[in-house]
Ligand binder design. Sequence first.
Ligand code: SF4
Ligand code: SF4
Length: 246
Amino acid sequence: MMAYNKAVPLSVSMDSESIKKRIKELGANEVGIGDVSVGIAPEFSHMPRAIALAIKHPHLPEQENPTYPYIHFSLTIDRRLLEIQRVITGVIRRQGWRALPIPPDSCRHDSTFIARLFKLFPHKTAATCAGLGWVGKSGLLISKRFGPLLSWATILTNAPLQVEAKPVRQSFCGCCRRCVEACPAGAIEDKNWRYVSSYRTIINVERCVGELQKNKERYGVYACGICMLVCPQGRNWKMHGSTDYV
Ligand code: SF4
Ligand code: SF4
């Protein structure tokens, strides 16, 4: 049984379905609630629930520029995610619970305090604990419904939100190697993720960073979308609307 912070009123109930419905009304395509109490950094141990939310990317035409996904829609989507976080953290806090928004990835390079939290709590942890997907060989979160074509944000909270979905603890990439073969830096190690895997066992971070740096010089953007664009899991929802793997 989870021990919630005694400074907040335990009598106030929070309805997970209402919170998820509100998040979808605000524009999210994926939302789930996970128990992240196991293995969480001590800085967050007083907030054992995570709300994972994501917005899907639009259909993309084939492009030579691998930074295209980041130039053309990432910031717009992330602004919407920030707005949803602002509304929902307000709802939770008004009921007397704590809520900490971990912002989307485009804020990763900010010099703000919140940007430093990325290293302590990745969105992938929230999404896998909420049963929304797995970590692909590419190191990207692969949603059951939309593949890697999503931008993610997280809200940590001590509100007693009900967790309904089972966490995802293993990869469903199987024998697919599309991202391994497409990566121009040879940075993807061709290893299937498991819950206990560290990021560095599946991605050679130095090689990937080297490629991002090259793109910064070529295109002016420190990014690379190749492993996102080649993933067949992302294509499934484009063609068929949704998938169901787990
Ligand atoms: S972002 Fe680019 S360089 Fe990095 S792993 Fe993916 S394909 Fe390779
Ligand atoms: S391209 Fe294939 S191996 Fe890579 S993340 Fe997608 S499904 Fe997994």
